[in-house]
Design a binder for this molecule. Structure first.
Ligand code: TSJ
Length: 642
């Protein structure tokens, strides 16, 4: 059996072949993009792609990739094995044709299942051309076939049988050593680069096992196989987030040789994480597959919301942005003939895919929503909240944009501004309640201190929703008073005050207002918080009088500490301070506003973030549970008492 020749003689076509491979060596960038580390890794994907195709055709279950000690790479599959018979067009074995004829790809076998896209799949011959040497073994029909090429794809000998094997054993094993004349930057493979992509391929090809070995000094091994496919991908991406529903939406369908698979799950963030793929290649620019799915998502959720009477006829529809808030979604399209467009040729252009993706996805999503009413409810609620926030943000933006028609009389009716126009010395106190507001106006230094009273009642009675907050007159006044604008137009340099001081009582109502204000700041004025402009006033809890001295202290601890400093027979009187509203102007000035005596606490982004979190919890709930939450968490709320 040894050295049995399975191929005939060579002819002029061999010369053409070598010219082809020589062209690849002359301009490797044309074929693999770059000869940097990226190009080096690209060689692996060219080979692995062929094995994946065999898996997609249903003949291969396990692909193994090994980084050998010399940084050569071995790719092994358990597919049918590349055909070894003589190829009618070339007169050589199919194996040799694959490795020496440009663009032979996987189509040669007549299987016609080749679904590679983008730069991938230009073929094993390119890898061969850019390798110092390459060896292939095919296990088929009880034989082990072998061929070796060297020096950029030169055939050493025709394909030959070198051994026999079990009749049932089939597969292809390829080993190649990238050419140091081509890859002049680096020849060293990065385990993690290969690992990440192989894991991705495992997610994208449900049930396929992919194993990576590192046989260099630090031996490593990872194996990936996901029976859940894309749903497990989504699960991993949401691992460190809080999903708002348990069941992951899992959709797949097939039409005209085009397959569409989608998995999605919502989490409680405000970002969307959508990744789309065509033939296992990521399409960062999207394209018709992504468009079709997104369009269907928007339409189906709107339709469901209307059918459940959650969205009323008179309401505006939910937008794409609304229904994508907090989504983690993977879209995978497999297409026999993808057309790529766009700047980086990573956008699917085939127009027929749009309606196929739309149809497959929308039909299945509609069914999912009907069959999972709990999931459906939280998903629609999330989108509705996003929609309200969008409308509110737009309103607020319009409001701040219309600087010209800022109604001075109305505006100054609420805000008692300071005289100074120098922002670096100006402060604004946002004060809970009209009566405290009144005292603060009397007790302030009107040169540098502005007072904005908030009617706490309004905020407490209203459901604490951001959109409602934004339709609240006082809050709009805050936005106008700050002067920075919000959203796209935000400009920190326009801030009219150096210090923004929240002055609220240390009770549940007070902390509710604080949470709301901090949430507002966090969402719309984060740079103001980041730059350290936001403070909480700390009204004292106790007043200690002895002789002619009056001492205010913030808490019990300070009270006890102070009392301990008095000589033993001093007569003193301790009184608990009333709420802000009950202090007169002088008391308020003395205890909370006078720059030389007061104690302020700077609010950090962490504080504001914590408030935002509490706020999110508050606004997700119905009124009753929400009240309960506030009551049960009264101590927690006081933790936000700064
Ligand atoms: F292309 C390649 F050489 F780079 C390569 C191909 C590398 C590796 C690791 C695997 C493969 C490969 C090719 N694995 N499995 C196949 N299958 C075929 O080439 C094949 C086998 C049978 C038939 C048939 O119609 O009977 C058709 C094909 C395409």
């Amino acid at each position: 059996m040894d050295n049995e020749r399975v191929e005939g003689s060579y002819d002029a076509s061999s010369i053409q072949v070598l010219e082809g491979l020589e062209a690849v060596r002359k301009r490797p960038g044309m074929y693999i993009g770059t000869t940097s580390s990226r190009g080096l890794h690209h060689l692996v994907w060219e080979i692995v792609d062929n094995a994946i195709d065999e898996a997609l055709a249903g003949y291969c279950t396990h692909i193994e990739v090994t980084i050998n000690e010399d940084n050569s790479i071995t790719v092994k599959d358990d597919g049918r094995g590349i055909p070894t018979d003589i190829h009618p067009k070339t007169g050589k074995s199919t194996v040799e044709t694959v490795y020496t004829v440009l663009h032979a790809g996987g189509k040669f076998g007549g299987g016609g299942y080749k679904v590679s896209g983008g730069l991938h799949g230009v073929g094993a011959s390119v890898v061969n051309a850019l390798s110092d040497w390459l060896e292939v073994k095919v296990y088929r029909d009880g034989n082990v076939y072998y061929q070796r090429y060297s020096n950029g794809g030169h055939v050493e000998e025709p394909l030959k049988v070198i051994d026999s094997c079990d009749k049932n054993r089939t597969g292809t094993t390829v080993t190649f050593k990238p050419d140091d004349q081509i890859f002049t930057e680096t020849l060293v493979y990065d385990y993690d680069v290969l690992r990440t992509r192989l894991q991705e391929l495992a997610f994208l090809n449900k049930g396929l096992r992919l194993t990576l070995y590192d046989d260099r000094i630090d031996k490593r091994k990872d194996t990936f196989c996901y029976e859940g496919g894309l749903t497990e991908y989504v699960q991993m991406l949401n691992k460190n987030k809080n999903p708002i529903h348990e069941n992951i939406v899992d959709i797949s369908g097939f039409e005209n040789d085009i397959s569409i698979e989608v998995a999605l799950q919502y989490n409680d963030t405000y970002n969307s994480n959508i990744y789309s793929f065509v033939n296992n290649i990521i399409t960062p620019e999207g394209g018709t597959h992504e468009d079709g799915v997104k369009r269907a998502l928007t339409r189906v959720i709107n339709k469901y919301a209307v059918s459940q009477n959650i969205l009323k006829e008179k309401d505006d529809s939910l937008t794409g942005e609304d229904v994508q808030e907090g989504i983690t979604m993977i879209i995978s399209c497999k297409h026999p003939n993808p057309q790529f467009e766009g700047q980086t040729k990573t956008k699917l252009g085939n127009s027929e895919v749009r309606s196929i993706a739309d149809k497959i996805f929308s039909e299945a999503l509609e069914r999912f929503l009907l069959e999972h009413p709990d999931e459906a409810r939280v998903i629609v609620e999330k989108a509705m909240t996003a929609g309200r926030a969008r409308v509110a943000a737009k309103k607020a933006r319009e409001l701040t944009r219309r600087k010209g028609d800022l109604d001075i009389t109305n505006f100054y009716g609420k805000l008692s501004d300071c005289k100074s126009k120098d922002a670096s010395v100006s402060e604004i106190f946002i004060v809970e309640g009209d009566s405290a507001g009144g005292s603060a106006i009397k007790g302030r230094d009107s040169m540098t201190q502005a007072i904005l009273p908030l009617r706490g009642k309004i905020l407490n009675v209203e459901k604490a929703r951001l959109d409602r907050a934004l339709s609240n007159e006082e809050i709009r006044t805050i936005i106008t008073a700050f002067g920075t604008g919000i959203g796209d137009e935000f400009d920190l340099s326009k801030l009219r005050y150096n210090k923004i001081i929240i002055m609220t009582d240390a009770d549940v109502d007070g902390s509710h207002i604080r949470v709301l204000l901090l949430t507002l700041f966090y969402r719309f004025f984060r740079p103001i918080v980041e730059a350290g402009h936001v403070y909480a006033a700390q009204p004292p809890l106790f007043c200690i009088k002895h002789g002619k001295t009056i001492k205010y202290v913030l808490n019990e601890e300070e009270r006890d500490q102070y009392l301990a400093t008095l000589s033993p027979n001093t007569k003193y009187d301790v009184s608990r301070m009333k709420g802000l509203g009950e202090m007169d102007a002088e008391e308020l000035n003395e205890t909370t506003m006078d720059i030389t005596k007061r104690v302020l606490r700077k609010i950090t982004v962490d504080d504001a973030m914590a408030a935002d979190d509490v706020f999110s919890k508050l606004m997700g709930e119905e009124v009753e549970p929400r009240r309960q939450f506030i009551e049960e968490n009264a101590t927690f709320a006081t933790n936000l008492d700064f």
